[in-house]
Ligand binder design. Sequence first.
Ligand SMILES: [Zn+2]
Length: 95
Amino acid sequence: MRYANICGIKHRIIECEDKFNVDSHLGMIDYKAAEIRINKDMAQQVKEATICHEVLHGLLVHIGRDDMSEDEQFVTALGNAIYGAFHLREEMRND
Ligand SMILES: [Zn+2]
């Protein structure tokens, strides 16, 4: 089982059937259950980017910036930028 640490709270990462039914929505975060659920039928990179996106929602909510978390365009852009930075680091490690 994989977990994400969001401000000290352990969130279980669960891969599940696509119940989201929206092309642009690949995952969700459940704050009460401390769970991140992602569509299991995605390429590995898309899964990682989706986890990054949901973690960012969680971080923003837990630092009291719900207003920023509700800005989906902002979360998508920053989530992809953070994912890209870590993905590049992985590639550099393999050079
Ligand atoms: Zn989102």
